[in-house]
Design a protein around this ligand. Structure first.
Ligand SMILES: [Fe+2]
Length: 144
């Protein structure tokens, strides 16, 4: 169970880092397709943001404590911090790369949830996997 709790913390940190980067892209994207990109990033960051509460509360349900600080998130996240403003196309390809990192964290947590017979949590994670596969499809299609 300890391993599952740790993996869920990594998932929470990774999810939050992904949210923050998507919101950063939403604010700073430029170019002739600005309205589309600006809106696309908003849809993504909103969906990812809304998932963080569920992830954190699942950690509490399996008797862990949910981390909630930049320091801890930076330590645990699978996603690299984004400091520079970059061209729109690059934002999309980085978001696609990071979406795969979230999928990695989700898949690892899912396996541990199954091993620990935490079926409700496993279902939650399975739903998140489906949603991130859909995000991946949209990001890939935007890249062309
Ligand atoms: Fe906005």
């Amino acid at each position: 169970m300890e391993q599952l709790i740790e993996k869920m913390k990594v998932l929470l940190a990774t999810n939050f880092a992904f949210y923050l980067k998507l919101h950063f892209f939403h604010w700073n994207v430029t170019g002739s397709n600005f309205p589309q990109y600006h809106e696309f990033f908003e849809k993504l960051y909103t969906e990812v943001w809304e998932a963080s509460d569920g992830i954190a509360e699942h950690i509490r349900a399996i008797k862990g404590f949910a981390p909630g600080s930049f320091g801890r998130y930076k330590e645990m996240s699978l996603i690299e911090d984004q400091v520079d403003v970059i061209p729109a196309e690059q934002m999309i390809s980085i978001a696609l790369y990071d979406n795969d990192k979230v999928l990695t964290a989700l898949t690892e947590a899912y396996k541990l949830a199954e091993q620990n017979a935490e079926h409700g949590l496993a279902n939650f994670l399975q739903d998140r996997i489906d949603i991130h596969k859909k995000h991946g499809w949209m990001l890939r299609s935007t890249l062309g």
